[in-house]
Ligand binder design. Structure first.
Ligand code: EPU
Length: 329
């Protein structure tokens, strides 16, 4: 365990904005995590820092979860919360085991993944999720959450809702498959990317297609600060959808089972003319309007103010409210 006073958080978040926390405690084992939680019950928890925008100095201790290890038991893989998500995906593909390949290159750690039920290219984490372990912040006991107990939804789980701030996730177990015919290739971008491939497709083909798409469309946080999609895709009622559709018949849409319709926030933001916009060092990515970027030296407050402007503009143009996917500190 390391414990550093007045630590700079910029290297530990993918937006790379400057902010100092009261102290930064890095834990490498579950016992160290328990000890840190006992010492600093008001600490905030940091995983890979890829879904967070720090807008001011943090007047709290911050615990960084750096638990490591990946183990396979039959077709179930268990990874410690501090492993990089993409490393776990790559590890599974290297064993020729499928299930996670559509989720390649999603930044962040294993422990953060179920918090918001990460998803991409037609697959959400919940589809292969078996269970996770988590330490309760008060009792310090390690407990198991099964899939049903996680209350997964679109970019959400019990850990963002009813049980918010009550647990620290320590490991995640996923069900893998060795059947290549269970590949998910119908998402438009993936299908297009794989058009040139000859059957039979392998798990690695899908992994490589997703990596290529993401490299082309999304900025690499190592080169330009960002936290992936800044907003969630809004879900609107049928009436709102038909109003927008009558004015913009080309609007992409994803009908939901309950009659509501999910709209791509990227499209709404793009229609309002934000793609590639810059406010000082804060900007909107020029290839994906849903991704806000730090061109270098932006403050968290500047990025937040840009996000608020985008939200107001989408509200004014479409009467649709956007909600951030990113956590604001
Ligand atoms: N579009 C635009 N303008 C843009 C970008 C996209 O009009 O600048 C349109 C596209 O043409 C497409 C639609 O918007 O019709 C959707 O775009 P895309 O397929 O790129 O996906 P998205 O809905 O913007 C979601 C996830 C991403 C995930 C992709 C691929 C959310 C909030 N975002 O984005 O997840 O990688 O699908 O599955 O659900 C993340 O959560 O950080 C993230 C990157």
């Amino acid at each position: 365990m390391t414990d550093v006073e007045h630590a700079q958080l910029a290297p530990f978040t993918t937006f790379g904005v400057s902010a100092v926390c009261e102290r930064l405690i890095t834990v490498g084992t579950v016992d160290e995590l328990r000890e840190a939680l006992r010492r600093y019950p008001d600490a905030r928890i940091l995983g890979g820092g890829s879904n967070i925008l720090v807008t001011q100095n943090v007047e709290h201790p911050v615990i960084r979860v750096a638990l490591r290890g990946i183990a396979l038991d039959d077709l179930r893989v268990t990874a410690a919360a501090g492993e990089r998500w993409h490393d776990l995906v790559t590890w599974c593909v290297d064993q020729d085991l499928g299930g996670l390949e559509n989720l390649a290159l999603i930044p962040g750690t294993v422990g953060a993944a179920p918090m918001q039920n990460i998803g991409a290219y037609g697959v959400e984490q919940e589809q292969c999720f078996v269970q996770l372990t988590a330490v309760h912040r008060q009792t310090l006991e390690e407990v198991v959450f099964t899939k049903d107990q996680c209350h997964f939804g679109y970019r959400t789980s019990i850990f963002k809702e009813e049980a918010r701030d009550q647990y620290v996730i320590t490991s995640v177990t996923c069900q893998l498959t060795d059947h290549p015919h269970r590949l998910h290739t119908s998402y438009k971008d993936v299908a297009e990317e794989l058009l040139q491939h000859h059957a039979p497709l392998t798990i690695r083909d899908v992994y490589e297609a997703v990596v290529a798409i993401r490299r082309r469309k999304l900025p690499d946080p190592a080169e330009i600060g960002n936290a992936g999609s800044f907003f969630k895709n809004p879900v609107v009622d049928a009436e709102t959808f038909s109003r927008i559709h009558s004015q913009h018949p080309e609007v992409p849409s994803y009908p939901q089972a309950d009659g509501t319709v999910k709209l791509p926030a990227a499209w709404l933001i793009d229609q309002c003319g934000w793609k590639g916009a810059r406010h000082g060092a804060a900007g909107v990515h020029d290839r994906q309007a849903l991704v806000l970027v730090n061109h270098g030296g932006a403050t968290g407050a500047e990025i937040l103010s840009l996000a608020l402007e985008i939200r107001s503009s989408v509200q004014a143009h479409f009467d649709v409210e956007l909600h951030p996917e990113v956590n604001i500190w």
